[in-house]
Design a protein around this ligand. Sequence first.
Ligand SMILES: [Zn+2]
Length: 958
Amino acid sequence: MLKSKTFLKKTRAGGVMKIVREHYLRDDIGCGASGCAACGGAHEGPVLELQPLDRASSLCPQPHYLLPDTNVLLHQIDVLEDPAIRNVIVLQTVLQEVRNRSAPVYKRIRDMTNNQEKHFYTFTNEHHRETYVEQLQGENSNDRNDRAIRVAAKWYNEHLKDMSAENQLQVIFITNDRKNKEKAIEEGIPAFTCEEYIKSLTANPELIDRLACLSEEGNEIESGKTIFSEHLPLSKLQQGIKSGTYLQGTFRASRENYLEATVWVHGDDEDNKEIILQGLKNLNRAIHEDIVAVELLPKHQWVAPSSVVLQDEGQNEDDIEKEEERERTLKTAVNEKMLKPTGRVVGIIKRNWRPYCGMLSKSDIKESRRHLFTPADKRIPRIRIETRQASTLEGRRIIVAVDGWPRNSRYPNGHFVKNLGEVGDKETETEVLLLEHDVPHQAFSQAVLSFLPKMPWSITEKDMKNREDLRHLCVCSVDPPGCTDIDDALHCRELENGNLEVGVHIADVSHFIRPGNALDQESARRGTTVYLCEKRIDMVPELLSSNLCSLRSNVDRLAFSCIWEMTHNAEILKTRFTKSVINSKASLTYAEAQMRIDSAAMNDNITTSLRGLNKLAKILKKRRIEKGALTLSSPEVRFHMDSETHDPIDLQTKELRETNSMVEEFMLLANISVAKKIHEEFSEHALLRKHPAPPPSNYEILVKAAKSKNLEIKTDTAKALADSLDQADSPIFPYLNTLLRILATRCMMQAVYFCSGMDNDFHHYGLASPIYTHFTSPIRRYADIIVHRLLAVAIGADCTYPELTDKHKLADLCKNLNFRHKMAQYAQRASVAFHTQLFFKSKGIVSEEAYILFVRKNAIVVLIPKYGLEGTVFFEEKDKPKPRLIYDDEIPSLKIEDTVFHIFDKVKVKIMLDSSNLQHQKIRMSLVEPQIPGISVSADSSNMDINEPERKKKKLQK
Ligand SMILES: [Zn+2]
């Protein structure tokens, strides 16, 4: 049957257009129930179980299916995902509404309908002759949809009654809308709220934990005390923002101080400004990453960012007075020019909540079901949840979702979502840090894998089209030991004219990953490979990353080559690019390559090639540094793992050899050459990478710190900075230069990808290059794949496609890539931190030399060169008398009793794993030297109560 509807629609030009929408109604749509004779073979594979009996509901004892409305699916998806919930009918009407309102929830529903064990059935009620309803005159589309859902629920109940009288199957309508529920019951449809139904499942009490507690108006009256001021409605906020009364920006909570946050207001370019928020009431229930509206406070209420480290450790959630007292400690007399625009949150424009990982802090009150959850991310406030399984969840990493934050509640309300596993367990912790950094890490789907080449793979004639055969060249690769995803290989040989030919050969990943297919989309989403201490989360499936694309020795591999003709003085005479096929002669480690270069006895082709490369690289590097490229420093830590237990047994900072720098130099050169080429060819949509110069204020700390050691650091230009860093040497303090470079690194901006048509400033500050891009690591960076595609089009080796030349699409892609890279970096750091903890757990307490990197109001941040480890030494401890602390921001320095600490001062600290608080297991450092009575601890490990449980266990084992 065909229904058609005619609409008249005004066009923009003022004309009238007739639209005919056709709607097919069908008789052959099955109900999805197993054993339904009426529907018979109409539907492929019945989905709903014939006897859904294992779910005993006290409200509805007979077997039944559930039929939730849109809001239930949107807000209670966590409980619906529980394995105990099965046999659910998802109406087409509902699915469409969900799709319009939340893409993530829509995807989760699709995943459930694809999961055979869930028995979720999508019923296309809008195309079913008996369940389709027309919108009535005067009825809005919301009401029409509610009616359509009830009609379908009623139809189901009658249909199933016909099917089998003895089975008494029912369909239960689940809605939290009071009126809709009443109407349903009037119409004879069994209906419950989600909460009523879930609570009736007496065999599964744990399900109640996963219910979202949606704050109803009633909740707010419950306790009379209002803590927070009201959030203004969106319409008022928009008005205020328009008129300039309020400012809109992203709320960024401080990691170090739970009572402080900043809001970045995005204005017209120059207008970008940062507003500081201090105190619970001014933060007004905003959560990290929310888009908020802020009102500026009058100038006499402005504050300076506090230098206090404050962690929310309170257990008593009603102790608001104490909070206010703490807030006052933030405000100390400061220089007027340090005051920053200060404001308060007046409303939320968009919440950006996500499920949070963390741990339960079990309530001290016996039998209590209300507990506080402490997220792993310190920027997220603690969340109150209700659970009956607190004892089981103690000591576990769990996931919790936020449901709301009423005005009378110190903390937001939320509900339990998932138990990840035991705290400290390596698998669990890795899962936590991947989730917390939003690193996509599921196995690649079948759809993605289906685009991989079929094995056994070999190079065909078709692959050779537009490709040069370079298999005769003496190409080799140089990488860290154990590298299986080899992106790049090199060669260098003397030409007949006496000049040198140098080639950089990069894995031809874009040959295997074609634009727009599932494999391409997934790689674009992941954006980068993530390297953790003992795990690699690939951007592309292993067949590509470790095999077909990896430029291993003695196999034919497809490559994209950048080949220069150079003089012996590294002057470039010619540059050309070509797709190629190579056959690497050796996969070397940095150490092996170095050994060949240094060994006079070796004179084979590979070694000669390496020596040529090394010589040229030194010239290139010298020239680059003369132009003002920075050589900065950051301590990189590497763990030696026990091969059996995979526990870290040793920890050392990374050693750099000449050959590291050799490879790096040619990668930089290739990236610059390619950047120039793609920008020449596509001025509007080249994917480039820039590194903005930091604003002068970023250098303040570096300049001040150097000055306190009688050194001058100039920061007017990159060249001036590089030169003054070179000159900043102290014969009595050789490590000072490294410290200065570490500190300089902290002053830098992030390098970012951008689309050339959307930006004017291309400069790469750190490399002192006017243009730059990423070409050399396409196996592990998606940016490089796009750059390969652009370059291939530029040289006529491949064809283009619409998205490649769409600058807005490219800008969106850059945004995702920048985000993924940042997250990958954070995840990596978190992984190092966790392994450092494991290391010190087995090592016990040690004392080491350290240098002060920063001074804070109540702490010093130190670096321990031996381990490349950074940590904070606090000088105020709970339940201990407070020492006399005087902080001077100008120098900067911190005076504790009679001892003054400056940046770069050498100290001795004791390092240990503090497992007294399972919640936040951490490396704890305390001062050993200089000795300050009452503050410093002794170097030996006596009177250490911190690792008590651990030590006891060890004794027992002996
Ligand atoms: Zn049926």
